[in-house]
Design a protein around this ligand. Structure first.
Ligand SMILES: [Cu+2]
Length: 496
């Protein structure tokens, strides 16, 4: 450990908060006592509500994107700096929300204002204040959907999820990012299905809730977060917390400060993890979602297999080999499966790779294939597909009939307008899904062939017809370890 880190740890132990406020050169408020972020239903009954609207109006009216008093400044911070392909999804956003919270206090001249959160595990329908199209309502945005019931899952809170960050197995961060985080973006749609999602104020209530769920999961001892023994009171001496996050030119935060909410002087009114999905009756009672979800809760059948042209096995790079796949998968309302036509030699290579992956890393010769990735490549949003309002759960070798709980064993992640927009920086997008752990739980019998299933989940105003083209669906083996934190080895796509 460097002396710098050691010095920092000592520093935290003494007067971290008082001195840490020095790192806000552009934002004037000194750090006060810890303030509590409230759930929207409570928040809107407090004087903070008026301050929130006031700040939002003023900041949206400010057209100078170079000014931190403009809303565009914060949207650009997200577009330009939010982490892609790095393990700091949760930590970066914690700092981001904190800085905006400070700015909204400044603009509203209300030092008691805290960022509200939307607990959709209790209230899956978006608060009505956000859906009122009355001119001048700063909370309103055109959106495709407002009910996120179908984005919800209990899987990040399962007992087997003990690690924290991207790049480790059974980890909370990639799981909660994959769902409910990504599908909430997708089902709301509109700006929320794009990289400029912070244009929609609901973005911040969504991310405050994700941040709250992280804190709730980490309590009482910060389990799994690097550098912690009895965390939340311990040091952050791990190299994981070295360095800074950048949000805008001149606006940075030392990573370690995002480790614990109290170090940024905030807390939440509810620090508990969800224990169950909300009752269906609380979801939009007028919505067909209810029927879809009721069905999903009981049984899930493997979608019918489409007839797609095969693509041959080939070397993709020195470290990756495609074992084969299909091309031209067009997705619409109907769920579909794609059987990847793998030659016997490719299936053998797949089996061998999974066998190797099960060994402790020191026993794996470098250069050996040791991870398996499902690649959705040459992705293109079609027609109304870019507006969101839908997504697809991606499974590998889903049984012909199973229940929703067991289906998780075959779940790789989600794909929708939000993921594609995030990956499509230059032309066609590519998404990679780490499949090593899922496949290693399957029997040799189940590995006799490979089928990728895309199960459509629709919001209440979902687009009809073709929404997304998957130009190339393939399975690859790679020499990169499955839990490597690099983009290649990351367990699932990462978008903000
Ligand atoms: Cu997000």
């Amino acid at each position: 450990m460097s002396s710098l880190l050691l010095g920092r740890r000592v520093f935290i132990g003494t007067s971290a908060i008082a001195a840490a406020s020095l790192s806000f050169p552009r934002l004037g408020f000194s750090q006060a006592a810890t303030q509590t972020r409230l759930e929207w239903q409570q928040f809107k009954t407090t004087p903070q509500y008026a301050s929130f609207l006031n700040a939002l109006r003023k900041m949206k009216a400010n057209t100078n994107a170079a000014s931190s008093s403009s809303w565009a400044y914060w949207t650009n911070a997200h577009v330009n700096y939010c982490p892609h392909g790095t393990p700091y999804f949760l930590a970066w956003h914690r700092g981001y929300l904190h800085f905006l919270e400070q700015q909204m206090r400044l603009v509203s001249q209300d030092n008691t204002l805290s960022m509200p959160y939307w607990n959709y595990y209790k209230f899956p329908k978006m608060p009505v204040e956000f859906t009122d199209p009355t001119p001048g309502n700063p909370l309103y945005m055109p959106r495709t959907g407002t009910n996120v019931y179908n984005a919800l899952t209990m899987s990040p809170f399962a007992s087997g999820v003990w690690n924290f960050q991207h790049g480790t197995m059974n980890a909370f961060e990639p799981k909660i990012e994959s769902a409910p985080h990504n599908p909430v973006h997708n089902l709301i749609g509109g700006a929320m299905a794009t990289m400029t999602s912070p244009r929609d104020p609901i973005f911040f209530l969504h991310h405050a809730n994700i941040d709250r769920l992280w804190h709730a999961w980490a309590l009482p001892d910060g389990k799994g977060i690097p550098g912690t023994s009895n965390p939340y009171s311990a040091s952050t001496s791990s190299p994981y917390w070295a360095g800074n996050f950048t949000y805008a030119p001149g606006l940075t935060m030392p990573r370690y400060r995002t480790y614990y909410p109290g170090w940024l002087n905030f807390g939440y009114s509810d620090n508990t993890k969800p224990t169950a999905l909300p009752p269906l009756a609380r979801a939009n009672p007028d919505s067909p979602i209810k029927l879809v979800q009721a069905q999903a809760a009981s049984l899930l059948t493997r979608p019918g297999t489409g007839d797609f042209p095969a693509t041959a096995a080939r070397a993709v790079s020195a470290n990756q080999r495609s074992l084969g796949g299909v091309s031209g998968v067009v997705l619409a309302e109907t769920s579909v499966s794609a059987r990847l036509p793998l030659a016997a030699s490719s299936l053998q290579m797949l089996q061998d790779t999974i066998t190797v992956a099960a060994r402790p890393p020191p026993q794996i010769p470098s250069g050996n294939f040791q991870s398996v990735v499902v690649v959705l490549d040459k992705l293109l949003l079609l027609g109304a597909g870019a507006k969101g309002g839908y997504f697809y759960n991606v499974y590998i070798n889903l049984p012909f009939i199973t229940d929703a709980e067991r289906a998780r064993r075959y779940f790789l992640g989600t794909v929708g307008a939000f993921e594609v927009a995030g990956a499509a920086h230059h032309g066609l997008a590519k998404l990679e899904y780490q499949a090593t752990d899922v496949l290693s739980q399957l029997s040799a019998f189940e590995l006799q062939d490979v089928t990728v299933s895309l199960v459509r989940i629709s919001g209440e105003n979902h687009p009809r017809g073709a929404v997304l083209k998957l130009g190339d669906v393939r399975i690859e083996v790679s020499t990169v370890p499955p839990w490597d934190a690099s983009p290649r080895g990351r367990p699932g796509p990462c978008y903000c």
